[in-house]
Design a protein around this ligand. Structure first.
Ligand SMILES: Cc1ncc(C[n+]2csc(CCOP(=O)(O)OP(=O)(O)O)c2C)c(N)n1
Length: 622
């Protein structure tokens, strides 16, 4: 990889946090430049969460200078900003394997390094985990520090609020660093973000401090002392102006706002916080994408980016229409005709394909920030009063709102359409982001209806069916683009009805969603061996069209199921438990384990879920 050939003046001699402590101020500044260079180089090849990492370079250096890792614990919220942490904790030489199969993960992993104190990937968990560690430390009479680093986006998540509420009265020593860049993936919204912007009055304050620093510190002899006195005074005056200071009122000592790109200022405040007792919140102001122009200009594009050209930030791969975009397009069409359709997102407007909807129908679009639970109960309330809410949400993040689906939507049979995006294997983001459980966990819920389309056309039909069904509906679809298999136009969607997409006599393949075209390719290959497979696009896992499957099995006597869900409670097991007779069966599904990062084709091959492996296994079994 490109960066391996680069010689770095400072970074070459830094491998672990202890090496940072030996650096001079100037060297630390040079280190921050070199780290940016390495991260930009690597992400340009591997893709990754570039902008967020560029925002925490100085913070990570300052933290490692002031604390003793791994004795002291840092919990990175979401963990997408942990690249600097990884490079500086013994993983510099493996950094070019970031997010690649067998390489280092894009998120903190305790299995990867003792410096990673807690696994993250889903938002807003850091304060809870850190408070747990702090309480454990107290009860076990240890003396380490615990620090949670949370972004202003992640702070909008309910869990973060619950944890602040608990930590505030805990009297436990805990440092929460609020990394405020005014951005979630898109611009941060909501009341908390408005409150933070008041604190950022802030900006003027930081500028004043900067001016003061350059001006006063240059006064001979007394300059540095004077600066300290005045800046302390400024800080206390500021807190007089900020009325009803939320963090202080709930029991935190608030320090800030601090320029999050000044290593010196950060070290000063961290060294102060280290000796204060009780819960402390340090508010730092950073710039997402700092130090790389294209990312500074388009921080949302560079939040999570694929391989790109460093010179201008343009993508190396052409962006094709994917399932999220197909859903967004279909929804806009439906919303034009039906004013009752509203869309809700939990901070994933672009990721879930809702940008056009948001632009066209701003009054019917609600970004609730990283609040999946609230988003779904909000949808339930809207549905109760006659609207038709559509909630696109990533499968893995939907896990968090399981009770809301049960308690607020399905118990009352409310017509909410949940578009379960990124269902199945997601590839490089790894185990926290795979959507391998939704078929299982959703199909246990009474009144829930669950379908999955084989291509974009069917997704459009399913969406139309769902919003007009008057029932709780989930439509799950994968990350990426539709398969190239050319199907005949889809038949009308009927509740709980599958369709035969290929007739055959030797075996019955029942597939769902993305795996239907896979089944067709497999059937084509089997045909060349004179084996005729009947392929059923089951469409719904709930209600399940067991009659259609049984009718086909009467003819073929042999069953194969293919799904991109885990085996437990998925399509294969559901069919098996509904069949009135036993048949020789092969189930293709993900095993009962957390599937690590890698590209989707690599992972499918590893688990025998690519077309070739499925074909070979069926042939062998026959
Ligand atoms: C429960 C959950 N919902 C959504 C996401 C997707 N997500 C990843 S990072 C992010 C925004 C985080 O913003 P912030 O905490 O401010 O960090 P920044 O990237 O701005 O530094 C979102 C919405 C997630 N990881 N977890």
């Amino acid at each position: 990889m490109a960066f391996m050939e680069v010689n770095y003046m400072v970074l070459d001699k830094v491998n672990y946090p202890k090496d940072i402590k030996k650096l001079t101020k100037k060297e630390k500044i040079e280190l921050s430049k070199e780290l940016r260079d390495m991260i930009i180089n690597t992400c340009s090849n591997t893709g990754g969460h570039l902008a967020s990492n560029l925002g925490v370079v100085e913070l990570t250096i300052a933290l490692f200078s002031c604390f003793d890792l791994p004795k002291d614990k840092i919990v990175w919220d979401v963990g997408h900003q942990s690249y600097v942490h990884k490079i500086l904790t013994g993983r510099k030489d493996k950094f070019n394997t970031l997010r690649q199969m067998g390489g280092i993960a894009g998120f903190p992993r305790t299995s990867e390094s003792p410096y990673d104190s807690f696994d993250t990937g889903h938002s807003s968990t850091s304060i809870s985990a850190a408070l747990g560690m702090a309480r454990a430390r107290d009860l076990l009479h240890k003396d380490n520090k615990v620090i949670a680093v949370i972004g202003d986006g992640a702070l909008t998540g309910g869990m973060a609020m619950e944890a602040l509420n608990d930590a505030g009265i805990s009297k436990t020593d805990l440092i929460v660093i609020l990394n405020d860049n005014e951005m979630s993936i898109s611009k941060n919204t909501g009341g908390m973000s408005q409150f933070l912007s008041k604190l950022r009055t802030g900006k003027g304050y930081i500028k004043k401090r900067k001016f003061l620093k350059t001006f006063v510190t240059h006064i001979p002899i007394i300059g540095k002392f004077l600066y300290k006195v005045i800046s302390r005074l400024l800080r206390s005056i500021k807190s007089l102006f900020i009325k009803n200071m939320y963090f202080e009122n709930i029991g935190f000592k608030y320090l800030g706002p601090i320029d999050g790109h000044s290593i010196e200022d950060l070290e000063e405040i961290l060294n102060r916080a280290k000796y204060l007792e009780g819960p402390i919140l340090i508010h730092i102001i950073t710039k997402k994408g700092n130090g790389y122009k294209p990312a500074e200009e388009k921080p949302n594009k560079f939040h999570s980016v694929g391989p790109f050209n460093i010179e201008d930030g343009t993508s190396k791969k052409e962006k094709k229409k994917d399932y999220s975009a197909a859903m967004g397009e279909a929804l806009v069409k439906l919303a034009k005709k039906d004013k009752k359709i509203v869309a809700i997102t939990a901070a994933m407007e672009e990721g879930t394909g809702l940008s056009e909807f948001a632009n066209k129908y701003p009054n019917r679009f609600f970004d609730v920030e990283i609040a999946e639970q609230h988003g779904l109960t909000l949808a339930a309330g809207m549905a109760k009063e006659g609207l038709k809410p559509v909630v696109p949400i990533y499968s893995s993040f939907l896990q968090r709102a399981y009770d809301q689906v049960i308690h607020d939507i399905c118990m009352q049979k409310l017509p909410v359409t949940i578009c379960v995006d990124r269902a199945g294997c997601v590839g490089n983001d790894g185990e926290t982001h795979n959507g391998l459980f939704d078929l299982s966990y959703l199909s246990t819920i009474p009144n829930m209806n669950i379908m999955a389309p084989k291509n974009y056309e069917e997704l459009g039909l399913m969406l139309e069916f769902a919003v007009n069904s008057g029932k709780p509906m989930a439509i799950r679809y994968p990350r990426g683009t539709e398969d190239s298999y050319e199907f005949k136009p889809s038949k009308k969607i009927e509740l709980g009805k599958g369709e035969i997409v290929r007739e055959g006599t030797d075996l019955t393949i029942v597939a769902i969603g993305k795996m239907v075209p896979y089944a067709m390719h497999v059937a084509d290959k089997l045909h060349e061996d004179n084996i005729e497979a009947e392929v059923i696009n089951i469409r719904f896992i709930k209600p399940l069209d067991i009659k259609l499957i049984e009718k086909s099995l009467e003819k073929t006597n042999r069953l194969v199921t293919i799904e991109d869900n885990c085996i437990s409670g998925g399509l294969g097991e559901t069919i098996k438990s509904n069949l009135s007779k036993c048949y020789k069966t092969t189930n293709f599904a993900y095993p009962d384990e957390f599937i690590k990062h890698g590209s989707i084709p690599e992972i499918e091959k590893k688990y025998g879920l690519d077309i070739d492996s499925i074909y070979k296994k069926i042939k062998k079994d026959l």
